[in-house]
Design a binder for this molecule. Structure first.
Ligand code: TTJ
Length: 653
């Protein structure tokens, strides 16, 4: 190595590290905030873990120092300290100074690090005020020191390894406060603890966490050891928050290798309704799962469904459990290790490799089926839990539908049959509730569209005295009225109250034929208003239209005809014409439909010429007897009453 070569490569290296310091956000996921700060530590930890995954280290330690630095060690092979021929520098120097040098070292084993987090050890170095590495190799301690990138103490031998040194690689670094300056920069004990514990479940390694920042722990150094020999089975078990709710004792574990993917799945069921499924690829959390999750769900559902069917565990008539029902109350960890993990994004929330799906599907498909055959008691418990979930889901759906169907106010739409007025001002707006479609048609063409709305009703409406609210509210005619009037109904349930402030018309006019059926319909409508919209009547918003009973005409030409509304009028008029010796003609209007649009407007709807009867609560009370007769269940008095009172108005006023 010549002096010239050394300088040339050093300059390239320094330029790289300088770029990292200039734009840390480009190199560290999480930027220069609290996440990026912790990412530095994670990167160093992951490198130590990798040595364990490769099968060379059994223990990893993490220590927080009082000055804000952290130390990570492993008891593996030790980072190589010999000079790399290709680089002309020691391997250790290359690792900590060249961007993306990670891949050049270590082979075969799955790695958590190796650029997976977008940070290399060199990036950690560049963003640390100092980074100090000691390697215990061949009975000697080798040390090298960097400050913000450049080497400040070249690799040198410290001396013979003391007897109490039980690690192979030790890295101490302190994130540069000048880079991470926007928050109180301290390592978060709980955050790192959580990750280390997770790593111990996933790897089986012994991990020791020590916090020398005594002020944070009541003046004591805090030390915790994570050594989860039970692996992911214990992990799954710990996901159950309330042990009392476990449906069976031992987690079910499935392990194996397929399509070059190492698969480990463990789960246990509790009586909880929620499910927790944690997914990992190479020890990295995939929050949104991905292919390993899909593989698991497919196999799990397939195996469980087949088992339930084969063993006749779902009784006929019961709903078939859905995929979600089968997963209710599951606490599951899925961990895959694979050569070249691909993720959806930098954040690695989702695994993409299809071989992971194939592998998990195959391993779970085989091992879970095997387990169920060998443990029928547990199999039955799991299927029963799913069957119960399916029943509950079905019951909830029915309840929801019932509520929805029985509550007309869920539907804010105006009824289709309503020909609404153009005015939005309730004080000037009128709603004509018209008997029959043909009269409804005349009323629609005859009306003053600006302030008059028409709602035609088909035939008789429901007798609300005899039917329960549930059914009343299912009736199309009633629903149309409620929708048009807009103020709800009095009753029970969520939205079941009458709110006058929502009233869409200040005149609600009942317009029916002047015959027995018309009277009956008017009575039925009034009964409905009286029972379910009483304030309408109390506040004087309900009227009865008065169509003429007769048209009297005499002689020829205009002005020689008149509409008559009562029998007295008719008697007087005809008598007078007969004194006078005039010939006349009487037309009796039996139904509204006999009038054309213009006549209906002129005689019944035009505010200038019409007469409306206001319905008062006293009228209704006084007519109580009539109500009884009309509305009661007995047929005979009703028939009799109607025959005696051809016109409802005569009893209501
Ligand atoms: C590389 O291949 C030869 C044997 O050593 C392999 C190696 O790099 N091992 C290794 C790296 N063990 N531990 C590390 C390591 C530990 C820490 C704490 C931090 C970093 C960056 C690496």
């Amino acid at each position: 190595m010549t002096q010239h070569e050394y300088n040339a490569s050093s300059i390239t290296v320094l330029k790289g590290l300088e770029a990292v310091r200039k734009r840390p956000g480009m190199y560290v996921q999480g930027g220069t905030g609290v996440d990026g700060y912790h990412q530095l530590l994670t990167e160093i930890i992951d490198n130590a873990i990798d040595e364990g995954l490769a099968g060379f280290a059994t223990e990893v330690t993490v220590t927080f120092h009082e000055d804000g630095a952290a130390t990570v060690t492993d008891n593996g092979r030790g980072i190589p300290v010999d000079v790399m021929k290709s680089e002309g520098r020691s391997a250790i120097e290359v690792i900590f100074t060249e961007l993306h040098a990670g891949g050049k070292f270590g082979q075969g084993a799955y790695k958590v690090s190796g650029g997976l987090h977008g940070v290399g050890s060199s990036v950690v170095n560049a963003l640390s005020s100092y980074l100090d590495v000691t390697v215990n190799k061949d009975g000697k301690l080798h040390n090298i020191r960097f400050e913000g990138g450049p080497v400040t103490k070249p690799l040198h031998v410290l001396g013979a390894t003391p007897a109490d040194v039980d690690w192979a690689t030790k890295v101490t670094f302190k994130p540069d406060a000048a880079v991470f300056h926007e928050f109180e920069n301290r390592f978060d004990y709980d955050r790192i603890r959580r990750r280390l514990r997770e790593l111990s479940y996933l790897t089986g390694l012994r991990i020791v966490l020590t916090d020398e920042r005594k002020d944070l722990h009541g003046g004591e150094v805090k030390k915790e050891v994570f050594h989860e020999v039970g692996g992911i089975a214990t992990f799954a078990r710990h996901l159950v928050l309330d042990d009392g709710k476990l449906l069976y004792d031992q987690p079910i574990v499935m392990k194996g290798t397929a399509s070059d993917v190492e698969v480990e799945v463990a789960f246990i069921h509790s009586s909880a309704y929620a499910s927790t499924i944690l997914c990992y690829a190479n020890m990295i959390t995939n929050r949104d799962g991905g292919t390993q999750l899909t593989g698991f769900k497919t196999a799990y559902t397939r195996v469980l469904n087949k088992y339930a069917r084969d063993k006749n565990l779902i009784k006929s008539g019961n709903p078939v459990p859905s995929g979600d029902d089968l997963l209710e109350g599951i606490h599951c960890v899925i961990s895959v290790k694979l050569g070249d993990p691909q993720f959806e994004s930098q954040a690695k929330v989702k695994l993409l490799n299809s071989e992971a799906q194939t592998a998990v599907n195959a391993i779970v498909g085989e091992k879970f089926a095997e387990f169920l055959e060998e443990n029928p008691r547990v199999g039955k418990i799991i299927v029963e839990k799913a069957a119960e979930a399916a029943r509950a889901r079905e019951a909830a759906r029915k309840a929801r539908e019932l509520v929805r169907r029985s509550n007309p106010l869920d539907n804010d739409d105006l009824p289709g049959k309503l020909a609404d007025c153009s005015s939005q001002d309730p004080t000037e707006s009128e709603l004509f509730i018209v008997e029959g479609n043909s009269a409804g048609g005349s009323a629609k063409s005859g009306r003053e569209r600006r302030f008059q709305a028409i709602l035609p009703l088909r035939g008789k409406i429901l007798n609300v005295e005899k039917v329960e609210l549930n059914k009343i509210l299912k009736n199309a005619e009633i629903r149309a009225m409620i929708g048009a009037i807009g103020a709800g109904v009095e009753g029970t349930g969520d939205k079941m109250h009458f709110d006058l402030s929502q009233l869409r018309y200040h005149k609600i006019v009942i317009m029916t034929d002047a015959d027995v059926d018309g009277s009956h319909i008017a009575t039925l409508l009034l009964t409905f208003f009286f029972r379910y919209m009483r304030p309408l009547i109390e506040q004087g918003y309900v009227y009865i239209a008065e169509p003429p009973l007769y048209k009297l005409s005499w002689g020829r030409g205009k002005g020689n005809e008149v509409y008559l509304y009562t029998n007295e009028e008719l008697r007087e008029r005809t008598q007078k014409l007969t004194k006078e010796g005039k010939k006349f003609e009487i037309q009796r209007y039996k139904g509204l439909g006999e009038m054309n649009a213009e006549q209906l407007w002129e005689t019944t709807m035009n505010p200038e010429t019409r007469s409306l009867k206001l319905v008062t609560i006293e009228d209704l009370m006084a007519a109580g007897e009539a109500f009884e007769a009309l509305m009661g269940t007995e047929v005979t008095p009703r028939k009799q009453f109607i025959q005696e009172n051809a016109r409802f108005a005569e009893i209501s006023v």
